[in-house]
Structures are given as structure tokens and as C-alpha cells.
Design a protein around this ligand. Structure first.
Ligand code: HGY
Ligand code: MN
Ligand code: MN
Length: 414
């Protein structure tokens, strides 16, 4: 059995028009008009295909195929329709559409399901508001303290929820019991070039990195940029810049399995002729396991203190939310491996340095994910691209993995 690749392509091309940018990507940050339009499009396509549709109190959108037994658990397939600002058209979208295509194919074939099947689009995977918001709400990981200072800012968080007709309190009622979940499968672009380098078609993901976000504020003193002698300045930009370079050097030297990123710097007061009094630096760092994660956090904070001290500055650090690293289910990895073999596509195993909703689901049910190749390793940019044959491979491996789980469930019931 194979998916209907023309139908998948038509859906992908239609969705790619929503929030399309002139450089060939999409701009669909969470709850932006384009994101809300993409979700409405998904609902319309699902309902016109005769599928049930549901939206939970975290705004997660799902096409649903119920099985005969109302007490049965649900196998979730999915990803996310929100994007980073000016991002690519494949990140998340190809996973939601592959999941949707699996439901449509199973419906076309009239397969008797032993569990409910759901194609889900999780809210705010990318972190415009918080990151993994919908999947953390659904799995009960989300805590109210996580939302006191979400990385997108409290104001944007609340206005975004209001835009979508959601409430902060409501998020916590989206939680599902772990026994109601048979498992979670996700297809996603690799967003790197290891599959290409290995000449592999499919990546079977073994684990997903933890991600921590933090605002570091370097505090100096505003002075006249002309009359203040260079050696008397308390210039906040020096501490922020020195830290950025030193953090890269530290991670490359001492934390080879980790990454660090300074995604933004905001200068205060921010004028040509004023020595910067303060710099807010947006720091994100990622590590494959808890122990390394904690060691990296301590090392980066110590480095920031040292660079602030070197330039006579003071430092404040505000942590904005952490997503734990997650190993993925070995049995589900085996299900994907057998699915790839049965389709004669070459699969390798690899860890994910990108965060994904699967790392939330992995905390409560058997979860797994596969990658499909990213041309040139590009992502989070309009340059993001995946060959269509690879997209079809991903959807077919997802279909085959879901059918393998159907068969193993039916054999247990017999
Ligand atoms: O940032 C990430 O790792 C993912 O694309 N949300
Ligand atoms: Mn993604
Ligand atoms: Mn992404």
C-alpha cells in the first residue's frame, strides 16, 4: 500500500501558498493571520474529506478517524503548522500533511482500525510564544510557572492566546491521560545534512536535545560617545560581544555535542552617540542529556559573569523556559526501521539537534520520529528545501509504520 502522492503534493502546494514569502518560504508565526489561515485550511480539507475534526483547549488542531471501540487509545501522527519568522515551507508542514495523507489513505483502503487515528497540528512548536506549547499542554508537561516569562514575552503570549480564542487556564485542561495515547509518530525534515552525507533516505531519530533560553542583561553606564575617554567607559556592548565570541569558543572546545546561539541583542538606550548602558542578549543553548545540559548552563553563566567583570559591568540572567532532552522509544524506532526496509529505502539512526513535539510526547507514550533529507542542510530560512521523492518516502514510511502498529495491535487482540 502507498500514499496518494499527487494528493499529498496538491495539499503541500496549496498550504505553501498560505503565508508565502517572496523568497519561497513561509511566514506563519503562531497565531499570526497566516497561521490561523493555515489551520482553517487544514480543518476545511479534513472535513471535506469526511474526517472528524477537533480543537482542544491548547489550540491543537486534529483530523480524527475513530475506530469502533470508543474506549480504544489514539495513535497520534503529526507535527506543526506554525513557522519561525520568514522560515521555510517544509518545517512542520510536511509532517502534518504526511500524517493527514496517512489518514486519507487508510480511509480510502477501508482498513479496520484497532485504535483511533489522529493527524495533529500542535500549537506553537517554534516558540513564538513559549515553544512546544501545544504538545506540552497535551502531555501535562506544561507548568504555570513556565508561562510567567515565556520566551516570546508575557504580553505577546496573552495576546496570542486571545487571538486564537484560548485562555491560559484552558491550556491546562488539554492534558490527555497517557493510557489514552497508543503512541506518537512524526515525520520532519532533518534541518541538517547528515542524511545527505550518508546518502540515506530516512533518519530514524534516537533522541532529541534539550533546549534552554535565557536573557542575559549586561549593565554599564550611558555616557557621551564623543567626550567620554575610551578607558573610562562602562560600555555594555563590550561585555555582550566578548561573551558571544567566548561562548562559541567554550562550546566548540569543551561541549562538542552541544550548540549555543545568540539570536538577538537589544541595546539601551540605542543611539549612535550614547555609550550603551545596557544590552539584552537572547541566549539559547542545547545539549543531548541532562548532565551535560546543567554543566553547560553553569559554564555559560560563569563566562558571562567573567566577561561582565572584565569590562566593569554588572549582569542579570533571566531563564525563559527549558525543554528537557528526550530519548525516543526503541520499539518505535524498530517499527520505523522495519517500515523503511519493507519499502527498500535506506535508513540510518541519528540524534536530533532540533527540538520537536516528539520530545514532549516521549515523556508519556511510545514516541518516535523520522527525518527526511534537507537539501544543503538549510532550514529556518526560505532556502529550506526537500526533494519531492524524499517527501513521498517519508509519508510512505509513516504509513507503513502506522500499519505495522495496526497489525501488532490486532495480533495482541486476537
Ligand atoms: O528550534 C528548533 O529546534 C525547532 O525547529 N523548533
Ligand atoms: Mn519543526
Ligand atoms: Mn523549526
Amino acid at each position: 500500500m502507498r500514499i496518494n502522492d499527487d494528493r499529498l503534493k496538491n495539499n503541500f502546494e496549496a498550504l505553501s501558498q498560505i503565508g508565502a514569502t517572496t523568497e519561497g518560504g513561509v511566514h506563519r508565526p503562531t497565531f499570526s493571520p497566516a497561521h490561523l489561515e493555515a489551520r482553517a485550511w487544514f480543518r476545511e480539507r479534513s472535513e471535506s474529506a469526511g474526517l472528524d475534526f477537533q480543537i482542544d483547549n491548547a489550540g491543537n488542531h486534529s483530523a480524527v478517524m475513530l475506530c469502533a471501540n470508543s474506549d480504544a487509545p489514539t495513535l497520534l501522527l503529526g507535527s506543526h503548522l506554525d513557522s519561525v519568522p520568514n522560515g521555510g515551507r517544509f518545517d512542520g508542514a510536511i509532517g502534518v500533511l504526511s500524517a493527514f495523507e496517512v489518514l486519507l489513505t487508510i480511509k480510502d483502503e477501508g482498513i479496520k482500525l484497532p485504535f483511533h487515528l489522529e493527524a495533529i497540528d500542535f500549537t506553537d512548536e517554534e516558540g513564538t510564544l513559549h515553544g512546544l506549547l501545544g504538545s506540552e499542554a497535551l502531555t501535562g508537561i506544561l507548568k504555570s510557572e513556565d508561562l510567567i516569562s515565556p520566551r516570546g514575552g508575557r504580553e505577546q503570549f496573552l495576546s496570542g492566546l486571545a487571538e486564537a480564542g484560548l485562555t491560559e487556564e484552558g491550556l491546562f485542561s488539554a492534558q490527555r491521560s497517557p493510557i489514552s495515547l497508543a503512541g506518537y509518530l512524526e515525520v520532519h525534515i532533518e534541518q541538517g545534512n547528515r542524511l545527505t552525507n550518508a546518502q540515506a533516505d530516512i533518519g530514524i531519530v534516537t533522541s532529541i536535545v534539550g533546549i534552554n533560553s535565557c536573557t542575559l542583561t549586561f549593565i554599564g553606564r550611558a555616557d557621551h560617545a564623543g567626550t567620554t575617554p575610551m578607558d573610562e567607559r562602562l560600555d555594555a556592548s563590550l561585555g555582550a560581544s566578548a561573551f558571544t565570541l567566548a561562548a562559541r569558543k567554550l562550546v566548540m572546545r569543551d561541549f562538542p555535542d552541544c550548540v549555543v546561539n545568540v539570536g538577538a541583542m537589544d541595546f539601551e538606550p540605542g543611539a549612535f552617540n550614547i555609550v550603551p548602558a545596557g544590552v539584552d542578549l537572547s541566549l539559547e543553548f542545547r545539549a543531548p542529556d541532562d548532565g551535560t545540559f546543567e554543566h553547560l548552563k553553569i559554564s555559560l553563566l560563569a563566562l558571562a559573569e567573567a566577561e561582565a567583570h572584565r569590562y566593569g559591568l554588572s549582569l542579570k540572567a533571566k531563564f525563559l523556559g527549558k525543554h528537557e532532552p528526550a530519548p525516543l522509544d526503541p520499539d518505535i524506532q524498530e517499527v520505523f526501521k522495519q517500515a523503511a526496509e519493507s519499502l527498500d529505502v535506506k535508513a540510518i539512526s541519528l540524534a536530533s539537534f532540533a527540538g520537536h513535539d516528539a520530545q514532549s510526547l516521549a515523556r508519556v507514550c511510545p514516541a518516535g520520529m523520522i527525518f527526511i533529507p534537507s537539501v544543503g542542510g538549510s532550514s529556518h530560512s526560505p532556502r529550506e528545501f526537500t526533494e519531492w521523492d524524499d517527501c513521498v518516502n517519508g509519508a510512505n514510511v509513516l504509513l507503513q509504520a502506522a500499519l505495522n502498529l495496526v497489525n501488532s495491535y490486532l495480533s495482541i487482540q486476537d
